[in-house]
Design a protein around this ligand. Structure first.
Ligand code: HOZ
Length: 434
């Protein structure tokens, strides 16, 4: 048995934080409501490791929820950020790095002819929905249960991620009139989308996480994304891929490259900021030219295209473009997947490990998960026990069943073996827990 985790300092800091910050945190999943206990407070990260304030060291499979594809404090990224910082933090005016990052993103995403940088994924999604409604002159949008597209009013309907973790998938404060313009349908259910289109003639867009990551990792069923492409085209609606998580993650060109589907508009975030706050939206020229100042659809931001954030993104994407980067990274996650398979064979644990590239989730459920309804029925108590068993063994996974694991390129073969061993032991511990 590993030693109990020392958490005295985390506890102290959490108590202090609760006096001043809502719930002691600045984003709800961090409060550990999904797994119980005190949130771990971290003091630093380096390569594959996160180190908490009590001195515990973890192999990190959260990666700040996706951005840290190169691991923590990557030297190349830090060097470019340092050089950029010396020249000033923000200008609120154009600077050269914005175009450089735009060119890099466009190379990877041929569907993106023009791009606008913003400061978060939420902001990107809010903006792209406004654009989609303006371009189609229609009001309604389709999303999918358990998908999370940030916390904009229209999107907090059957939402995943922290909203699901806290049991708040439909938030108070969202006027009924707004929510009534959002149709939330079961993920992977093309029939439901077809019926919605036959019932409503005012659907502006379908927004989808092409690989769902906010109800745990749920891949699209074969034909689902192609079906969405065909149905939106047939009904003069736009197809929006929310690739905030999957962009530069499941492949260099995101899920649209992996599955060969060209959406009309795309949102990006996380990896493109290399750990700094960056979001983006982009798509066909004729759509994007409707955004101000080229067109009338208004959207603006003081820190949009911030030079320091652009620098972190530029340095990160350069490394991702190196040959075989994604084969190697996917190989690391596949190694762990194989380890889980062997552990399940040995223990008979009713567990599935779902994976696309370097994103994955382990569900305590005897069959694969295709949608939010099934994800909610997995055994979340066992997941909580598993989370703490993993933490005790020096591996940090998401403190919620409804989040994806993100592997980083900093993980060595030795690290991966340690993760597999921890999974085997933690599964046993979780299965014994009530
Ligand atoms: N919604 C984020 C991941 N899906 C979590 C952000 C956070 O709580 O830090």
């Amino acid at each position: 048995m590993p030693k109990p985790l020392k958490t005295d300092q985390s506890k102290k800091l959490f108590q202090a934080a609760q006096k001043h910050l809502v719930g002691g945190v600045n984003s709800p999943v961090r409060a550990f409501k999904g797994v119980g206990g005190t949130p771990l407070f971290f003091s630093r990260g380096k390569g594959p490791y996160l180190i908490d304030v009590d001195g515990n060291r973890y192999l990190d499979l959260v990666g700040s929820w996706g951005p840290l594809i190169l691991g923590h404090a990557d030297t190349t990224v830090l060097n470019l950020v340092r050089r950029t910082i010396r020249k000033g933090l923000t200008f609120g005016a154009p600077s050269p790095l914005e175009t450089q990052l735009a060119v890099q993103v466009k190379k990877a995403f041929p569907s993106v002819e023009k791009i606008r940088f913003v400061s978060s994924g939420t902001e990107a999604v809010l903006s792209v929905l406004r654009l989609a409604r303006a371009a189609t002159q229609k009001k309604r949008i389709i999303k999918f249960n358990g998908c999370y597209h940030g916390h904009g009013d229209s999107l907090l309907v059957a939402a995943g991620s922290g909203a699901a973790t806290l049991g708040l998938p439909d938030s108070p404060g969202v006027p009924e009139e707004f929510a009534s313009l959002t149709l939330s349908l079961p993920y992977n259910d093309l029939g439901a989308v077809e019926s919605a289109f036959s019932k409503y003639s005012d659907i502006a867009a379908v927004i989808v996480e092409p690989v769902a990551g906010n109800m745990g990792l749920v891949p699209p069923k074969p034909g689902f994304l192609k079906g969405l492409r065909d149905l939106t085209a047939k009904n003069q609606a736009l197809l929006l891929f929310d690739e905030v998580m999957t962009g530069f993650r499941v492949a260099f060109g995101g899920a649209q490259e992996l599955y060969g589907i060209k959406p009309d508009l795309t949102t990006l975030g996380k990896v493109i900021g290399g750990g700094m706050p960056v979001g983006a939206y982009g798509g066909r020229q004729e759509l994007m030219s409707q955004v101000a100042p080229e067109g009338p659809v208004y959207q603006a931001g003081t820190l949009s295209g911030n030079p320091v954030a652009m620098a972190a993104g530029i340095a990160t994407l350069k490394k991702l473009a190196e040959p075989s980067f994604y084969e190697k990274l996917g190989g690391s996650a596949a190694f762990v997947e194989e380890g889980v398979r062997r552990a399940v064979q040995k223990t008979g644990a009713p567990v599935v490990f779902q994976r696309v590239g370097s994103m994955a989730t382990l569900f305590f459920c005897p069959h694969s998960i295709e949608n939010y309804e099934q994800a909610k029925n997995s055994d979340r108590k066992k997941y909580a026990a598993f989370f703490w068993a993993m933490a005790q063994r020096g591996v940090y996974i998401p403190p919620s069943q409804f989040e994806a694991w993100f592997f980083s390129a900093a993980l060595t073969q030795e690290n991966l073996k340690k993760i597999v061993k921890a999974i085997g032991e933690s599964l046993n511990e979780a299965l014994e827990a009530n």
